[in-house]
Design a protein around this ligand. Structure first.
Ligand code: OGA
Ligand code: NI
Length: 370
């Protein structure tokens, strides 16, 4: 059984010109976005670093690697250039995404994430999973597809329209994976480890999922989230963002929301995910982020890179010692990935939801007893 609002697309609500979002989308007063999006207060713009991935791994990349380290420590995300993708190609991907979401509802329904009328599964088109009556819904619709490994693609969910969609995504999958691999290798090197270090942990046949999110114009942006606060279910996430409309915000220093600038299509955004936080024993942290809406439509194409499902996720031995005890417990990548959906629907972090963090009190109690 699926929740009765599961099939209610936000895009159709927005098109109905309702004046204000229905109650199910309206945030409690204390959760409402108060800054950013250009509609409220004085937004604070994040000055996030830019890394040239083309230079990472080349001889003499010391400077770029130092920038990468600093970016990871202070933000957990950064923009990348030097990825080799022409701007026109990146435009085409977002254009194809827009075309898909602008198809008539009955066309998009063919790829619905509710199958046989009553079974929800993550892949396909629709809204995110609704578990309870209390859950406050995000102001977005999405299409979610596994793109790697190739044999795992469920092509019945891949849009036939626009006709260019499939070819573009096949190419984007290859190119985006190159960015992922370069960044992963460089992150290992910043820790003084071999460049294959993380690749060996996650496996050669990594899983890549593409999330195409459509944020319809919202009549009262200050009342809703486009996407609720979360960390990503990934080792690393590669994002291609709308070059016209902003809305992505980052929780800085655990307490203040800052706006990410609107990026040009020379740039991708790379974000550290939960799985990297665990593997690096918290040396790298997954930043909490959210999306606020505006009176304009907005789109993003986001690639989540996850370990092979049978792999263990655990703090790497090389990063655990007396000075830095293991902060997380071992968990199967698949268990963690499945748990993400339950945690996301509940508005919690997967790491907390699955109690993957080691209880520090236990250790303290033991050592004070000793
Ligand atoms: C996500 C995400 C940001 C955006 O899909 O996990 O954070 O701008 N998206 O759409
Ligand atoms: Ni995210």
């Amino acid at each position: 059984m699926v929740h009765r609002v599961q099939g209610q697309m936000v895009q159709e609500l927005a098109a109905a010109d309702i004046g204000a979002p229905p109650r199910r989308y309206v945030l409690k007063e204390e959760d409402r976005p108060t800054a950013g999006g250009g509609v409220r207060g004085q937004p604070e713009m994040a000055a996030i670093p830019t890394i040239d991935v083309g230079r990472l791994g080349e001889p003499g990349d010391v400077e770029e690697a130092a920038k990468l380290w600093a970016a990871l420590q202070s933000w957990g995300l950064f923009t990348v250039t030097g990825h080799g993708m022409p701007e026109a190609f990146m435009d085409e991907i977002l254009d194809a995404t827009r075309e898909f979401f602008h198809l008539p509802p009955e066309e998009k329904e063919k790829y619905s994430n509710v199958v046989d009328g009553d079974k929800f599964q993550p892949e396909g088109y629709g809204i995110d999973r609704v578990d309870t009556d209390e859950q406050i819904l995000d102001w977005c619709d999405r299409l979610y597809l596994q793109v790697q490994p190739e044999e795992e693609r469920q092509l019945q969910f891949w849009p036939d329209h626009p006709p260019a969609f499939r070819g573009l995504m096949e190419e984007y999958a290859v190119r985006s994976e190159q960015v992922f691999k370069r960044v992963l290798a460089a992150m290992a090197r910043t820790l003084g480890l071999k460049e294959e270090f993380f690749v060996n942990k996650v496996g050669e046949r990594i899983a890549a999922y593409a999330r195409f999110t459509y944020y319809p114009p919202c009549p009262r942006p200050e009342l809703v989230y486009g996407l609720k606060p979360h960390t990503d279910n990934s080792v690393i996430t590669v994002l291609l963002l709308d070059k016209h409309v902003g809305g992505l915000q980052l929780l800085k220093d655990g307490h203040r929301w800052v706006d990410l600038p609107v990026l040009t299509h020379h740039e991708l955004l790379v974000v550290v995910g939960d799985e990297m936080e665990i593997m690096s024993n918290g040396v790298f942290n997954a930043p909490v982020h959210r999306v606020v809406t505006t009176d304009k439509e907005r789109m993003s194409v986001v690639m989540f890179y996850q370990p092979e499902p049978h792999k263990d996720l655990a703090p790497s031995e090389e990063l655990v010692g007396d000075e830095r005890p293991a902060l997380y417990k071992k968990v199967k990548a698949k268990t963690f990935g499945d748990g993400f959906w339950d945690a996301f629907a509940a508005g919690e972090r997967t790491i907390d939801f699955l109690k993957v963090k080691v209880e520090r009190q236990e250790t303290a109690a033991v050592s004070s007893a000793g």
